[in-house]
Design a protein around this ligand. Structure first.
Ligand code: SAM
Length: 304
């Protein structure tokens, strides 16, 4: 596909919600409705589909790909919460964090809750999922989404994550954090064709976003039991991605990057090749970035 592929040419992805159904039952339902299932993709170009064809994705276990412009908004499977309408790249963060059932997890900037529902599915609705968002309106959309998806292990709060106290005893067992903060959205294909913006204004906006993102990242690392954190944006700017992560690692030497999915076609910009990037051309998705940080354990078990 040519650079800057418009959204209308990207495959349409859905994530099967395993709290409500299985991939097998969803595939059978769609086949009965006249879709033709081509099995699991083995190469990226298997995701280029036509008519009513669909495939199981090659990288993510519960993601189905359809031809561009397939619309599920009025479909039973969506209305019943059996499938979540989510771009393939935005399924990476929860999948890579993979909190086990029973764990305590924070979704720091959670609304409208697609990634929260994915986390709950991975946790099999067991454990505690604390979800925060600053925007009340987005949170109410999120309540509807989570209800439809059958999520029950969550606790929603209309709060500024930066004011959540890491030393509050209710978060003492939080070992996993998903941080998907506000970003420029420059990876969202539909947002790219807007009118040209003032260069200086754009520079100031990016700097403010990057500073907010680093702030959130540093704040997250203060939760005392934290083991792993996933950071993601739907931005293509290194200023919001690799540069934020590099600055954070420099300020927090007790954390390191985990190398991600060797088979994924696009890496973070050097030297952060442990991270993943996504784009219309290399992964047939919207533009995206994801990094996984883990706490460095003291191998010799000596108290620091
Ligand atoms: N993770 C969400 C999903 O997958 O559906 C999308 C999150 S969106 C990229 C970023 C969210 O961060 C917005 O809903 C915004 O209201 C929220 N936000 C911005 N600043 C925040 C803050 N200081 N504390 C909590 N949430 C914040």
């Amino acid at each position: 596909l040519p650079a800057g592929t418009p959204a209308e040419q990207l495959p349409r992805y859905v994530r099967v919600n395993t709290l409500k159904t299985t991939v097998g039952d969803t595939v059978d339902y769609l086949k009965r409705e006249g879709f033709s299932y081509l099995g699991q993709a083995v190469r990226l170009d298997n995701l280029t589909l036509k008519n009513k064809e669909f495939v199981l994705d090659l990288h993510l276990p519960e993601v189905l790909a359809f031809p561009p412009n397939t619309d599920f908004h009025d479909h039973f499977l969506y209305k019943a919460g059996h499938v979540i309408l989510q771009d393939k790249a935005s399924c990476l963060p929860a999948y890579l964090l993979h909190p086990p059932p029973g764990s305590h997890v924070i979704d720091a900037c959670a609304a409208p809750g697609n990634k929260t529902s994915h986390l709950a599915a991975i946790m099999k609705n067991r454990g505690r999922l604390f979800a925060f968002d600053l925007d009340g309106k987005r949170l109410s959309t999120m309540s509807t989404l989570l209800l439809r998806a059958g999520v029950s292990c969550h606790q929603l709060a209309n709060r500024d994550f930066l004011t959540v106290d890491p030393d509050d005893p209710q978060y003492k067992d939080v070992e996993y954090i998903l941080l998907d903060p506000s970003c420029s959205g420059s990876g969202m294909v539909c947002l790219r064709d807007g009118s040209p913006t003032d260069q200086e204004e754009e520079k100031a906006r990016l700097a403010a976003l990057a500073s907010f993102q680093l702030h959130c990242l540093n704040h997250s690392l203060r939760f005392p039991s934290l083991k792993r954190l996933v950071y993601s944006t739907c931005s293509i700017h290194s200023q919001e991605n690799e540069e934020v992560v590099a600055a954070c690692l420099q300020q927090n030497p007790n954390f390191r990057l985990v190398p991600l999915l060797a088979q994924w076609p696009e890496r973070g910009l050097e030297p952060l090749s442990q991270c993943l990037r996504a784009s219309t051309t290399k992964t047939l998705t919207h533009g995206f970035f994801v990094a996984l940080l883990e706490k460095v354990s003291n191998a010799r078990g000596i108290k620091e």
